[in-house]
Design a protein around this ligand. Sequence first.
Ligand code: EPZ
Length: 422
Amino acid sequence: MFRFVIEGRRPLTGTVKASGAKNAVLPIMAASVMAGSPCVLRNSPDLSDVRIMSKILERLGATVERTTDGSLVIDPTTIEHHVVDEMHMRQVKSSIFLMGPVLGRMGRVQVSYPGGCDIGQRPIDLHIKGLKALGASIEEKHGNILAECEKWEGIDIHLDIPSVGATENIMMGACLASGVTIIRNAAKEPEIVDLQGFLNAMGARVKGAGTDVIRIEGVNELRGAEYTIMPDRIEVGTLMIGAVMTRGDVVVENAVAEHVQALTSKLREIGAEIDFNGHGIRAVGKSRPRPTDIKTLPYPGFPTDMQPQIMALLSIADGTSVITETIFDSRFKQAEELGRMGAKIRREGRTAIIKGVPALSGAIVEATDLRSGASLVLAGLSAEGRTIVRGVHNIDRGYERFEEKLMSLGASVKRVPEDRRS
Ligand code: EPZ
């Protein structure tokens, strides 16, 4: 176990590259299960969630190798099992979207309920509804789910909520169904567009990703493909917020401006300078942030995965801000930890009221999940004195070489074993 030891008050300055997107590579790894030959996924981030997903695929019988240039080579042709390992599923909740691809390849799949996690409930009713509509028979017992499907039939389905994972599960399952599948009220996240790109590279016929209606024309088989994973827009946004919080000046080279529009508009509202030049996105923090209100929404609204990070920034704003978290029911865990650093945050259900203070002070804080961990690191970068962030393994789930990137921008962040006094 490790902790980060952060010396604050150092502006982030310079140029940095974001890694491949965690939330794109995970469903794309799942989709590779359906290929009839090996796949090469370039720009795959080396994250603990990706390593766990690799283990899940290997337990099914696939081989997964990481090459020196950061690609994953997945050979699914040796897959012969249909049970997704329960321990691994508990570690990566969203691996539930393996159901569609494994069902598509093996005709049956056994998964366990993802269960709750640190950001709240992770129901899968929409996944089950979609796969049943495609023709799967589903039996649930002792916390496990066994699904079988003789014949996939295309369907026209409307999702009650634009669930990212459910959209991906149904999209992948529908690729090998006979006939056409229409998904309405589909999630529109850029990672779904990336998944569509990979599926079509495998020979699928998917259209409409990025809009709320996705059309999939079933095909008989899918072939192995080479694909480059998109940049991680949440890592890009995290680095932009870090630049603004530390009154720095950072260019994130391979950022896609369109993917961070909601954040860009909010950062400009609070007084930051955000420019898009040909080489990426430049974020400059010139003065103490102004307060603003945030409401998380499905894409293209303000992303829930950026909410803990913007909360850290608003903790030092010159006034009171209100954050409303509409996606997950318990995603304010970072508020308590920020409070240890002097932040004034009051929680009322899914609303947090943040009374900005001039500066945070270093403290010992706990990263309880991936994004709240990132928010505490950002707070430590801007705080007076030393901050110790424990539970770094949570941050490693979604940020590749995070401390190296921050140190390349002038920060002082050391990774220290938990049992050694720094
Ligand atoms: C994906 O999770 C992301 N994970 C999450 O990122 C992200 O926060 C989330 O989408 C929302 O954008 C991956 O892509 C691997 P959802 P997912 O299904 O698919 C409810 C991170 O930090 N719901 O869109 O699990 C659910 O309870 C992670 O990188 C149902 O009610 O999210 C939630 O309130 C965290 N029934 C809402 O929908 C269902 O069957 C959105 O969940 C499915 C979901």
